[in-house]
Design a binder for this molecule. Structure first.
Ligand code: ZN
Length: 339
């Protein structure tokens, strides 16, 4: 099979011909039909955060068809359309048993990110427990985007506890920010979208943003205050995680407001204890999504309640070009598709 291998940090991926991975007894062999490309892939390339053993096959937004199953697999059969939940969890620890799969204490790997090869290849084998059946109405490309961007957005909006009539700030309109904006709009929340790239305005408005801002931090806060009647927003969802974005998100909150941090970088941000305590502000972290967030995201697409965020499609042999475009900045999602 063809695969794009990460052999050395900072270097382009190498296109190689590798043996097709045979499924173990509890595994399924999945023929990849679509694989999303996102910021975590750039972090892996840059050696920040997760550090898989090299060589490694990235790609953690995978949708495809079951090609074969191991002897113990009874829930899936060849031909089934599936999306891949990428956290390989133990199913027995306190987090697994309390619907916080992505905090599992005994994680056995993350597909395309840590220890388990991902979807920058024509095939991958993985435990069948990772598969979620995909409704026929959902395309492989949209299904793939649910596997990280979509489920992460559902979880982040859940953590933000936004209510009808609230005003929310969404910082960073990439894949996650796009779906966050769609979900908030659907929930009756007024969205102010912020992105450093002014060219994303039309896209952000298509996702449901009422207002789009692309200004320096000081001016941004002035504009946010005036948009929110001088008091601040109910919640801020930061999909970027730079010092400047976290500081702006926190400062923009009204008393009792909640900031949800989804994106992360090596940055820290100074937090005023007085501001936090006296205004009962909340700072909340959120990590990817749970199995159920992925399943619900697929259902939302099947019901026509979410719009596709796929902007560009590339073939596997164009993966380095696609990663370069992502690094340059693109609204929505880039997806590798396989015939
Ligand atoms: Zn667990």
């Amino acid at each position: 099979m063809k695969a794009a291998c990460l052999r050395q940090l900072g270097e382009p991926l190498a296109l190689e011909e590798l043996p097709k991975p045979g499924p173990a007894a509890d595994e399924a062999l999945v023929r990849v039909r679509a694989c999303g490309i996102d910021g975590t892939d750039l972090k892996l390339l840059d050696g920040f955060g997760y550090a898989p053993s090299l060589p490694f096959i990235m790609g953690h937004e995978v949708a495809g068809e079951v090609a074969a199953v191991g002897a113990d697999v009874t829930d899936f059969a060849p031909g089934d359309r599936v999306a891949v939940y990428n956290f390989i969890t133990c199913n027995t620890c306190v987090y697994c048993r309390s619907f916080r799969d992505q905090l599992c204490l005994n994680m056995r790997g993350i597909v395309g990110i840590l220890e388990r090869p991902g979807g920058y290849a024509e095939y991958l084998s993985l435990p069948a427990q990772q598969l979620i059946r995909m409704p026929d109405a959902v395309s492989f490309a949209d299904g793939a985007t649910c596997c990280d961007a979509g489920m992460t957005a559902l979880r982040a909006v859940d953590r933000a506890a936004a209510r009808i009539g609230d005003m929310a700030l969404v910082i960073g309109i990439g894949g996650v920010g796009s779906i966050v904006t769609q979900l908030l709009k659907a929930a009756g929340v007024t969205v102010i979208a912020v992105d450093i790239d002014a060219a994303k305005e039309a896209w952000a408005r298509q996702q449901g943003a009422a207002t789009f801002l692309s200004t320096a931090a000081d001016e941004l806060l002035n504009q946010l205050r005036s948009l929110s009647g001088g008091i601040g927003v109910d919640c801020a969802i930061d999909v970027v995680g730079l010092e400047s974005t976290m500081a702006a998100g926190f400062a923009a909150l009204r008393p009792g407001g909640r900031m949800v941090v989804v994106g992360y970088t090596p940055d820290l941000f100074p937090l005023s204890g007085k501001e936090l305590a006296q205004n009962e502000k909340e700072v909340i972290g959120t990590r990817a999504g749970r199995r159920n967030d992925l399943a619900r995201c697929l259902d939302l697409y099947a019901a026509g309640r979410l719009r596709s965020i796929v902007r560009r499609r590339y073939r596997l042999d164009q993966v380095n070009e696609a990663l370069a475009l992502l690094r340059a900045g693109v609204a929505g999602r880039i997806v590798l598709t396989f015939d």
